[in-house]
Design a protein around this ligand. Structure first.
Ligand SMILES: Cc1cc2nc3c(=O)[nH]c(=O)nc-3n(C[C@H](O)[C@H](O)[C@H](O)COP(=O)(O)OP(=O)(O)OC[C@H]3O[C@@H](n4cnc5c(N)ncnc54)[C@H](O)[C@@H]3O)c2cc1C
Length: 430
C-alpha cells in the first residue's frame, strides 16, 4: 500500500508552489477535508453543494466509473424514448468547480485513523466523511441468480457502465413476435419503489409498436405497490391486456431462476417460461458500508434523522439509498436533497457555521406511463426524536380518472418529469 497519502502529496505541492496559489486555494489548505465516497445522486450533489457553499473546505469525491449513468430515465431507454448518451454525465463540471474527483474505489475505511484506503492503495485522510455508495444486490436471495446469470437475465438496476440496461433493450428488440417478458420484483425496502412499474410501462410502450402480441408477466414479491392505481389505469388505457401483474399471494414470488432454460420458478414451485427475463433482486447497502461495520443486521445503515450521522461512528454521514430513512423512499430526489443537510451538518464543526436545526425533507417521484403520460407522488417529512416522520396532510398524488378528462394533466406531468431530470442532473454535475 502506498504510504504517501493524497494529503501529504497535496502538502508537498503546496510547499513548493505556495507563492503561486490563489487565495481560494490557500483557504482550502487551511480548512477541513471532506471526502465523499460515491459520485451518484447523493455523492455528486454533496460535492457540488459543499464546493459552492463551503469554499474553504477541500472536497474529494471517490468514484470508480469515469462518468455517471443515471438509473432515473434508464427505463426510457427501454421505451425507446432516450439513448444511453442522454443519461450519461461527466464529472468535468465538478472538477471545474475544484472538486478533486478521484477515479478509484474505496476499499476500506479506518474510522479511528480517519482514513479511506482506495483499491489502488492510495490513502485519503478526512476530517469529515460522507458515504453515498448506493445499493448492493443480494446475489444469495434468488437461487441461480448470480453475476453471470445477470448477463442473461439482466437486472438493469444500477448504472455502472450502462451494459445492463443496453443488454435488456437489445433482448427486447431481439425477442420473437408474441414472446413473453418476465420481470421479477423484490419486496421492500428497495431502490425506487415505483421504478419496476415504470419499467413495465416503458417496455409495454416499446412492444406496443414493435411486438404487439407480446406479453409482460410481472412477478411481484409484494401485495401492492407505489402509485398502483395510476399505473393500472395507464396499463389498461394504453396497453390493453399486454401486462399481467402477479402479487405474491397469486404466485408472484420468484425464488429460483434457470437461465439456461429461461425459467422463473415461484415459491409455489410453478415454472414460468420467459423469452426475456429482467430480475430485480432484493437489495442491501453497497459493500463498502457493510464490510466496514456501518450497516446493521438489516444490511442498511442507521443514521441520525437530523444530520445523517452514522449511528455507530463519529464524523461519518451516510446518505442516499444506503441508509435507513423510511418513510423517505430510496430515491434520487431524496439522495440529492438530503445530501445538502448532511453536508451542512458535517461541516458545521469544521467551519464554525450553524448546522440545520429542524430540517424538512421532500420527495417527488415522477413516472412515465407512456408518451406524454406522466404522474407523480409527493411526500413531505420532518424529524422527531423518534426519527423521520411524514408530515400529516401534506404531499399528494396525481388525480385518477379517464384519460379523456386527464390528458392535459398527464402531458404536463410528463413535461415536469423531464424538467426535474434536467434540473437535478445540473444540480449534481454542472
Ligand atoms: C430504473 C430506476 C429508475 C429510477 N427512477 C428514479 C426517478 O425517477 N426519480 C428518483 O428520484 N429516483 C429514481 N431512481 C432511484 C435512484 O436511482 C436512487 O435512489 C439514487 O441513485 C440513490 O443515490 P445514491 O447516491 O444512494 O446511489 P447512486 O446514485 O447509485 O450512487 C452511488 C455511487 O457510488 C459508487 N460506489 C459504490 N461503491 C463505491 C465504493 N466502494 N467506492 C467509491 N464509489 C462507490 C457507485 O459507482 C455509484 O456511482 C431510480 C432507480 C432505478 C433503478
Amino acid at each position: 500500500m502506498s504510504r504517501l497519502t493524497r494529503r501529504s502529496f497535496g502538502a508537498l505541492i503546496g510547499a513548493t508552489s505556495a507563492s503561486l496559489a490563489t487565495p481560494g486555494l490557500l483557504r482550502a489548505q487551511n480548512a477541513g477535508r471532506l471526502v465523499i465516497i460515491g459520485g451518484g445522486f447523493g455523492g455528486a450533489s454533496a460535492a457540488r453543494f459543499a464546493r459552492i457553499n463551503y469554499p474553504e473546505v477541500e472536497v474529494t469525491l471517490v468514484e470508480p466509473w469515469p462518468s455517471f449513468i443515471t438509473c432515473p430515465y434508464g427505463n426510457l431507454i427501454l421505451g425507446g424514448k432516450r439513448t444511453l448518451p442522454q443519461i450519461t454525465h461527466s464529472y468535468d463540471g465538478l472538477r471545474a468547480r475544484g472538486v478533486d474527483v478521484v477515479q478509484d474505489r474505496a476499499a476500506d475505511i479506518d474510522y479511528t485513523a480517519k482514513t479511506v484506503t482506495l483499491e489502488s492503495g492510495s490513502v485519503l485522510d478526512y476530517d469529515k466523511l460522507i458515504v453515498s455508495p448506493g445499493i448492493g444486490l443480494r446475489w444469495d436471495a434468488i437461487e441461480g441468480y448470480d453475476e453471470s446469470a445477470a448477463q442473461i437475465f439482466p437486472h438493469a438496476w444500477m448504472g455502472g457502465d450502462g451494459s445492463q440496461i443496453s443488454t435488456l433493450r437489445q433482448q427486447l428488440e431481439d425477442m420473437p413476435q408474441g414472446g413473453v417478458v418476465g420481470i421479477s420484483i423484490p419486496g421492500n425496502p428497495f431502490r425506487c419503489p415505483p421504478g419496476p412499474y415504470e419499467r413495465i410501462s416503458m417496455i409495454a410502450h416499446y412492444l406496443k409498436e414493435a411486438n404487439p402480441t407480446a406479453k409482460i408477466m410481472a412477478f411481484d414479491a409484494k401485495e401492492g405497490f407505489s402509485k398502483q392505481g395510476l399505473f393500472e389505469d395507464a396499463w389498461g388505457e394504453l396497453y390493453g391486456d399486454m401486462i399481467e401483474w402477479i402479487p405474491a399471494s397469486g404466485d408472484g414470488q420468484i425464488v429460483r431462476v434457470d437461465v439456461e432454460n429461461k425459467l422463473f420458478i415461484s415459491e409455489f414451485g410453478e415454472e414460468h417460461r420467459v423469452d426475456v427475463g429482467n430480475v430485480i433482486p432484493p437489495q442491501y447497502a453497497a459493500s463498502i458500508v457493510r464490510d466496514t461495520g456501518l450497516a446493521d443486521e438489516s444490511g442498511w445503515v442507521p443514521v441520525d434523522a437530523r444530520t445523517f450521522a452514522a449511528a455507530s461512528v463519529s464524523d461519518v454521514h451516510v446518505i442516499g439509498d444506503a441508509n435507513i430513512a423510511a418513510p423517505l423512499p430510496k430515491s434520487g430526489y431524496v439522495a440529492n436533497s438530503t445530501s445538502k443537510v448532511a453536508v451542512a451538518a458535517a461541516l458545521a464543526e469544521v467551519t464554525g457555521r450553524d448546522a440545520p436545526a429542524d430540517p424538512v425533507y421532500f420527495n417527488t417521484c415522477y413516472s412515465h406511463g407512456g408518451d406524454d403520460y406522466g404522474f407523480s407522488v409527493v411526500g413531505v417529512y420532518r424529524t422527531t426524536d423518534e426519527g423521520f416522520v411524514e408530515t400529516p396532510d401534506s404531499g399528494g398524488i396525481s388525480p385518477r380518472g379517464p384519460l379523456s378528462e386527464l390528458a392535459d394533466n398527464r402531458r404536463l406531468e410528463a413535461g415536469y418529469a423531464d424538467a426535474w431530470y434536467e434540473s437535478i442532473t445540473r444540480d449534481m454535475f454542472s
